[in-house]
Structures are given as structure tokens and as C-alpha cells.
Design a protein around this ligand. Structure first.
Ligand SMILES: [Ca+2]
Ligand SMILES: [Ca+2]
Length: 581
């Protein structure tokens, strides 16, 4: 495969020598190497596709659980983690900043690490963690007090621990870190507290900061301990001092494409939510950024919601893929944005190629003008200015999608076999209004009120198969509760996907027909993985209902109050004689 060849060459040029364990080459080739899962996204591009096909349309009916592991303790809440698999060991994170190493054959615990979290942490949207990173002989993950921890992968002993942000100012961290060319890349959460989002690279051995790139214009970056360049141009798209607490939290992690050698990282809402307090486009909030992995310089940006007034964080993953269209192969990337639009862009330049809705109702914009590269905004869709009303509350608007998004953090998948994206989507709207607010360290910085409401009576969630060459929805599966988990597709023509009602399900990748389901005992709001060991294909998924919906979901939260919490990882495989007739 040409892609694998390029990846390997890059790895050999740039990788520092590794004594043992996971190498840059392992990470770059993760999708092709089916005996391990060493990156979030099953490859740095984040396609979440596996070439394994022993579990397929014909054998799926025989898929059987072989073990389940409880995260234990009194702590449950949302379990959004994607497991990693290396040399017969699963590394999986749990809520409240816990990490477990488990024997993949037996389900026995090898070691557990539980972060000692201080009182007063401020995670906005549940105490989740989305996964770890592996490199060399270490395993890394970010904790709710905005620390990055490196552990010995064999023993779970702490090697180093670094501070990414001040938790007392509202910084926290929940995303899986990413390894790029021997450095560990991270972002931060806290956009509801007026933190300043940033992307950072650290030395994997020592944890020392290599570069830091704040994503709000006016802030200075650093490189090797010295100031590098300013992000954007001071006050070009922000007025006065508002950029100082400008938000743009980089809370959902990133992807990396070795062909362009670019890191793609999303940025969250500008702060505060009340957009009348910060006139301008507010760069680089609610955007996808392409960053140079060596320096952290911004190579291009695509601001998907300029002057965001709806909490349309632009953090959703930008997934690199090669798009065949009109006899050409285009180096493309795609992102299903919280604002309801599915963006396909040139991944070398960030220029959008098509922008199409992937939800049924969008009230803030009619579409996207590819000439000006701006949304066609509907002015009445923006919640009103309190200063134009009684000064305490602006005009409320009914807005779709809700701020929890046409799609939230939960990763979509791309199958190079079916050439379709599989996008977890939700149909919900909100009443939203603005209020006055001033910045105060460690306090919520919204200047807005809201109530989320379902759009339809029979379903909120949907899994949608999208053809990126047309934006057409080829099939959809509708789910009563809002969907909140990630996708895995395979060469077995299957799409695995979990539901808050507790099922892990498998769908036919071409037709969307539901072929298999298993009840895990609690809601699935995590991303499944698959791998091969001793010639047998395994699938694993974490179960445990929670996340932002029960905390922020208004009327929708009430409708799913019956769902039970949990904290388990389930592992499945086929019986030894499966598929033989
Ligand atoms: Ca692999
Ligand atoms: Ca936000």
C-alpha cells in the first residue's frame, strides 16, 4: 500500500531510536497491523477502520462475550474510553482519571492507576476520560485536574507527571493524548470557564514542553522554552481585552496525517457564550486548525462557526481520507461539525470542497458559501442582545441543533472499503438566550441560559452513513435516546456502534441492516476496537452511561433518567469453530 510506504519512510527519517515497546512506525501503521491497537482512532488519521474480516456478515451471529471487567470502586458516571491493545495487554481508562492494564486473554487485572484528584476540579461535562496513548515502554493519559501522566506500561508506576493548566482556573483534561514523531500532543478542556485553549507537544521521555500553541489570537506561542510567534494578529477579530479569556478549548484531541505531516486539532466555543460581548469572528475559536508538528505553527485554519453564539465547539475530529471523485484522488479530510454541517476539505490547504447538512434542521445558517468560505448566516437565528432588551435577558430563540450538537465528541468512522463515513448524530434543539456576564477566575463564563428539547417524538439519536463525494445520507439507523458513542467499521462489512440503552450493535456497512446486538448492562458511550490474537479476531467496548447529556440535556435529560450507570469493559470473539460448515 502506498500510504503505508510513505508512513514508514517518514517514521524512519524522524523517529528517535526506541529501545522497546511502541514505535512511531507502529503508530503510523496502526490501521494495517491488526495484532494491536496502539492509537486513539486505530491509526493517527482517526478512520476507526480495521482490515479484519473474520467477524463479518456471515459470522456475526456467533459473536460471544468471553470476559467482562469491572472498573470497581464506588465511582461510575460516564465511560467514554477507547481501549488500546499491545502484546496481550489492554490499557483502558475509566471515569475519575483511572487507568487499568488487563490481560486480553483472561480479563485479569495486571495493575491499576488511580489519580489522586484535588477537591475543586471543574470538569464541565462529567468526569470522563476518552483513552490513553502508548509509546516506547510507557503509557500516558490526561487527568481531570489538567495533568499529563506517564506510567511504566509494565508496572503502572509513575515516571513523570506534568501540569497542562491550572485546574483552579477551570482547566481540565479528558481527551486521549496523541503521539506524533516521538512527541506527545495534548489539548485542554475548560471553555465554559474562560480558559484559553492550546495545543502542546512534550518530550515523551521527560515530559518537558517542546512547543505550546494557544489557539486564541493575541496569545504568544512557545518553542523550546522561548516565545515563538503570536497566534493570529492582536485584535484583528476580537475587540478590547476579550481575547484574554477567549475560550477555544482544545478538549477533544486531534488527528495526524503523515502524508501532509500536519496535526489537525479542533477548537471549542469562544468565551463567553454571549456573542454580543465579543464582536468579530473571534479567531481561532470553533475551528479546525492544521499545525506543524515540529513547531506548533498554524498552517491553515477552517473556522466552521465564525462568531459562534450557540456553543458550537469546533472540536470534532478531522479525519483524513483519499476521496475518489471524477477520476481524481483528492487528499481530503472530513469533519461532522457540532453546528450540523458535514465539511469535506482539502487537507493540504483547509479549503472546503463541500459543506452539507447531516441533521434535518439547522436554524443558524442556510448553508455555506464556498466562494467566500463563510456560512450563509440567518440573522434571526442568533439569540438576542440583553442590551437591546431589558438589560438582563436578551430575546430567546429556538435554535437547532442544540449546543450539544448535530454531533458531539463521539468519533465518526470512515471505511476505505465502503467509502462511507459513519456519523453518530442527534436531532435536538434548544431555547437559548443571552445574559450579561463578566470574567471571574474559576467561575462559569457563559452569559447564556438554555433548555434542550427533542426535535422528534420517536428518536433523538441516529447513525448515518454519508457518501463524502455527494454529502448524501446512504442509510440511517434511528435510536430513541441520544447517541453518545464512537464508531468502528471493518473489512467484514460491519459497523459497530453502542447505544445509551446498553446495546453494542453491529450493522451492515452497505445497507445499514442491524445484524447483531448484545446488552452490556449500562449505556454504551464509548468507542469499540477490534484486533487479532493467535488467529482469532476480538472486539472490545466499554459500557457505562453518562457524559454531558444527563448534566446539560434539559428535557432530553429527563427523558433518559431511567438509564443506569455502570463501568465495565466487555470483550467478544467468535467460537473456535465459527464460520465452518
Ligand atoms: Ca495496529
Ligand atoms: Ca463548549
Amino acid at each position: 500500500m502506498a500510504g503505508a510506504g510513505v508512513s514508514l519512510a517518514l517514521a524512519l527519517m524522524t523517529a528517535p531510536a526506541q529501545a522497546a515497546g511502541v514505535t512511531d512506525e507502529d503508530i503510523l501503521n496502526d490501521q494495517q497491523t491488526t495484532d494491536d491497537v496502539v492509537s486513539y482512532g486505530l491509526g493517527p488519521q482517526g478512520q476507526r477502520y480495521s482490515p479484519l474480516d473474520k467477524i463479518n456478515r456471515d459470522t456475526i451471529g456467533q459473536l460471544t462475550p468471553i470476559w467482562a471487567f469491572s472498573f470497581g470502586g464506588e465511582k461510575q458516571r460516564g465511560q467514554e474510553s477507547q481501549p488500546l491493545i499491545k502484546d496481550g495487554v489492554m490499557y483502558v481508562t475509566g471515569s475519575y482519571s483511572r487507568l487499568y492494564a488487563i490481560d486480553t486473554k483472561t480479563g485479569e487485572e495486571l495493575w491499576e492507576y488511580e489519580a489522586r484528584l484535588p477537591d475543586g476540579i471543574m470538569p464541565c461535562c462529567d468526569v470522563v476520560n476518552r483513552g490513553a496513548a502508548l509509546y516506547g515502554d510507557k503509557v500516558y493519559f490526561a487527568t481531570l485536574d489538567a495533568k499529563l501522566v506517564a506510567l511504566d506500561a509494565k508496572t503502572g508506576k509513575t515516571v513523570w507527571r506534568k501540569t497542562m493548566g491550572d485546574y483552579k482556573a477551570g482547566y481540565s483534561a479528558t481527551a486521549a493524548p496523541m503521539i506524533v514523531n516521538g512527541k506527545i500532543i495534548t489539548g485542554v478542556s475548560g471553555g465554559e470557564f474562560g480558559v484559553v485553549g492550546k495545543v502542546e507537544a512534550r518530550d515523551t521521555e521527560t515530559g518537558e514542553l517542546v512547543w505550546s500553541r494557544p489557539v486564541i489570537e493575541g496569545h504568544m506561542g512557545t518553542l523550546n522554552g522561548e516565545e515563538s510567534t503570536m497566534t493570529g494578529t492582536l485584535n484583528a477579530s476580537w475587540e478590547g481585552d476579550m481575547w484574554k479569556w477567549g475560550g477555544g478549548a482544545t478538549w477533544n484531541g486531534g488527528t495526524y496525517d503523515p502524508e501532509t505531516n500536519l496535526i489537525y486539532y479542533g477548537t471549542g466555543n469562544p468565551a463567553p457564550w454571549n456573542s454580543h460581548l465579543r464582536p468579530g469572528d473571534n479567531l481561532y475559536s470553533s475551528s479546525t486548525l492544521a499545525l506543524d508538528p515540529d513547531t506548533g505553527e498554524i498552517k491553515w485554519h477552517l473556522q466552521t462557526t465564525p462568531h459562534d453564539g450557540w456553543d458550537f465547539d469546533g472540536v470534532n475530529e478531522f479525519v483524513a481520507f483519499d476521496m475518489e471523485k471524477d477520476g481524481e484522488v483528492i487528499k481530503a479530510g472530513a469533519k461532522a461539525d457540532r453546528n450540523g454541517f458535514f465539511f469535506v476539505a482539502d487537507r493540504e490547504t483547509g479549503k472546503p470542497l463541500s459543506v452539507t447538512p447531516f441533521v434535518t434542521k439547522i436554524t443558524w445558517a442556510e448553508g455555506w458559501d464556498l466562494e467566500t468560505n463563510k456560512p450563509i448566516v440567518i440573522p434571526e437565528g442568533r439569540p438576542g442582545n440583553p442590551a437591546e432588551a431589558d438589560g438582563t435577558k436578551g430575546k430567546s430563540v429556538y435554535s437547532c441543533p442544540s449546543f450539544l450538537g448535530g454531533k458531539n465528541w463521539m468519533p465518526m468512522g470512515y471505511s476505505p472499503k465502503s467509502k462511507l463515513f459513519y456519523v453518530p448524530a442527534n436531532e435536538w434543539c434548544m431555547d437559548i438566550w443571552n445574559e450579561p456576564v463578566t470574567y471571574k477566575k474559576g467561575a462559569a463564563y457563559l452569559g447564556a441560559g438554555f433548555t434542550i428539547k427533542p426535535l422528534y417524538e420517536d428518536y433523538i439519536g441516529a447513525l448515518r452513513a454519508i457518501d463524502p463525494t455527494t454529502g448524501e445520507i446512504k442509510w440511517e439507523y434511528k435510536n430513541p435516546a441520544p447517541v453518545w458513542g464512537g464508531v468502528l467499521s471493518t473489512a467484514g462489512d460491519l459497523v459497530f456502534f453502542g447505544t445509551p440503552e446498553g446495546f453494542i450493535k453491529a450493522f451492515d456497512a452497505e445497507s445499514g441492516e442491524e445484524l447483531w446486538k448484545f446488552q452490556t448492562g449500562s449505556g454504551v458511550v464509548s468507542s469499540p476496537v477490534t484486533w487479532e490474537e493467535d488467529g482469532e479476531q476480538y472486539m472490545a467496548v466499554v459500557s457505562g452511561w453518562g457524559g454531558a447529556v444527563p448534566l446539560w440535556g434539559g428535557e432530553v435529560a429527563k427523558s433518559v433518567k431511567y438509564l443506569n450507570q455502570g463501568g465495565m469493559v466487555w470483550v467478544f470473539k467468535l467460537p473456535k469453530d465459527a464460520g465452518r460448515t
